[in-house]
Ligand binder design. Structure first.
Ligand SMILES: [Zn+2]
Length: 480
């Protein structure tokens, strides 16, 4: 709750019953929210000699946030939920909202405080992970705001995406990721899944995915899942393809990352994890438009079969790439995925999500992903979807005329990394992707979520709510 919004004594409804209502008002009144919200707690007397001691924890959200923050203050809700998650026993979270429109963002934010993965041996931690948490939303007058099935499903999908990111890289390799995707999509009507594995990638012209992944013990692969509306339903709206970067571990390749830069690189499949969950949500809605998921899965490993600096890869677009940095592998995978979606599957709109550049963190930080698009309308919809879902994005420059020259190769069409690292690196990485679909009519949005996808050593599931909301906005003409 935010104090100014809800704590006039008259305004606060008797929502929780005695003695909680009074304690909520008193605790919140004595607590300053700070920039990002805070929590205060107190013990509540036992009801009887045999009942448990109860804790009341009040999260106080800031009254005002900047125009770059979500109106729901989703991040502040997540932080309050984190404090609640650290308590023991049964837990109910009551969220008081300014507007019914914030229910989805609030519930998705709270769910991020309850990750599914843990390898800790303590039973206490395991019990905490297993416990069921009740979440209730109220408006300022204490009116119950229902949480739709859609947002309950989205919360589960966010936690699933985060759990994939948290799984250690020797367990989650390209084959087990593909198996997890099949499991996740099992039973959804209208979904068909195919897989192109190992040498077959090369035969299908997918030289980027093959080149990056061929040095690993487990073969690289592309998983394609398509949801098609029932034949009798009239196809309505564009065919949207979601493409995810799924580098299950990124050593950097022969340009090996140093200690300090290599730990945490299990997160380099965060884009693919988010797209898998977003696709599951969209396909489960049984809409009347086609949606395709493309997971580009590879481990960027070192060994005698690894791709090498100076190698030239031919990507699906037919364009050739001279490798001058084996650690810029994500773009090679994604360029194949994007080209395949547009050329083979005839997608009208292609959206890719990737932990692509460290420069994204420099440009837009840990709270906002960067988006880059050749289409102004889709870019604006992405920003709006970010505010609505609480998964924030900020646009970066799309200007091929300024960045094309950064990839000069004497022997191939382009190199895979830039000549000048001080020239809009994240936009240049996107420029590389664009090159491989620029001669098509595709509308394209690139989401670089290197920062927000992995915070303090944990996957966040960032991108699931954003992409789902964005796709709904692209299909629906009424929403901006
Ligand atoms: Zn890399």
């Amino acid at each position: 709750m935010s104090p100014a919004g809800h704590l006039g004594k008259k305004k606060w409804s008797h929502a929780l019953g005695s003695p909680f209502d009074g304690l909520v008002v008193d605790l919140a009144a004595q607590t300053s929210s700070g920039d990002l919200g805070t929590t205060a707690s107190t013990l509540v007397p036992r009801e009887s000699a045999t009942s448990e001691v109860r804790t009341l924890l009040v999260g106080v959200l800031p009254d005002k946030v900047s125009r770059y923050n979500a109106p729901s203050r989703a991040e502040s809700i997540r932080r309050s939920a984190l404090a609640a998650a650290a308590t023991k026993g049964k837990l109910a979270i009551v969220i008081v909202l300014d507007s019914e429109e914030h229910v989805g963002a609030a519930v998705m934010a709270a769910s991020r405080a309850f990750p599914l993965f843990s390898a800790k041996s303590s039973n206490k931690v395991k019990d905490r992970l297993k416990r069921s948490v009740e979440i209730v939303c109220l408006d300022a007058h204490g009116k119950f705001l229902p949480i739709s099935q859609k947002f309950q499903d989205a919360s589960a999908a966010i936690r699933d995406a985060a759990a994939l990111v948290d799984t250690p890289p020797s367990e989650l390799h390209p084959a087990s990721f593909a198996a997890a995707a099949r499991q996740s999509l099992r039973g959804i009507k209208g979904v068909k899944i195919t897989e192109i594995v190992g040498e077959d990638l090369q035969k299908a012209g997918l030289g980027g995915i093959y080149g990056v992944g061929k040095g690993a013990v487990v073969a690289p692969r592309m998983v394609v899942a398509t949801y098609a509306p029932p034949a009798k339903a009239k196809a309505n709206g564009p065919h949207i393809a979601l493409i995810g970067k799924g580098v299950t571990f990124d050593t950097g390749g022969l340009h090996l990352k140093p200690r300090g830069g290599i730990e945490g690189m299990k997160c380099d499949m965060g884009g693919a994890a988010a797209m898998l969950s977003a696709f599951r949500l969209l396909a489960s809605q049984h809409g009347s438009h086609k949606v395709t998921l493309i997971l580009c899965l590879a481990e960027n490993a070192i060994g005698p079969a690894s791709y090498k600096p100076d190698d030239i890869l031919t990507l699906h677009s037919g364009k050739t790439v001279e490798i001058n940095n084996t650690d810029a592998e994500g773009r090679l995978l994604l360029a194949d995925g994007l080209s395949y979606a547009v050329r083979e599957l005839k997608a009208d709109v292609v959206i890719d999500a990737a932990t692509l550049t460290g420069a994204q963190l420099i440009a837009t930080g840990t709270m906002h992903a960067a988006v880059i698009s050749n289409d102004q309308v889709i870019e604006e919809k992405a920003v709006a979807a970010g505010f609505a879902s609480g998964e924030l994005v900020h646009p970066l420059i799309f200007a091929p005329e300024f960045y094309r020259h950064e990839f000069p190769s004497p022997v191939a069409d382009m190199t895979n990394t830039v000549a000048n690292r001080n020239n809009a690196q994240s936009s240049c990485a996107a420029q590389f992707l664009w090159w491989h679909i620029e001669d098509t009519n595709a509308k394209w949005l690139h989401i670089d979520l290197a920062g927000p996808a992995f915070l303090r050593g944990r996957g966040t599931g960032f991108g699931v709510g954003l992409v789902t909301e964005l796709c709904e906005r692209i299909v629906s003409r009424s929403k901006s």
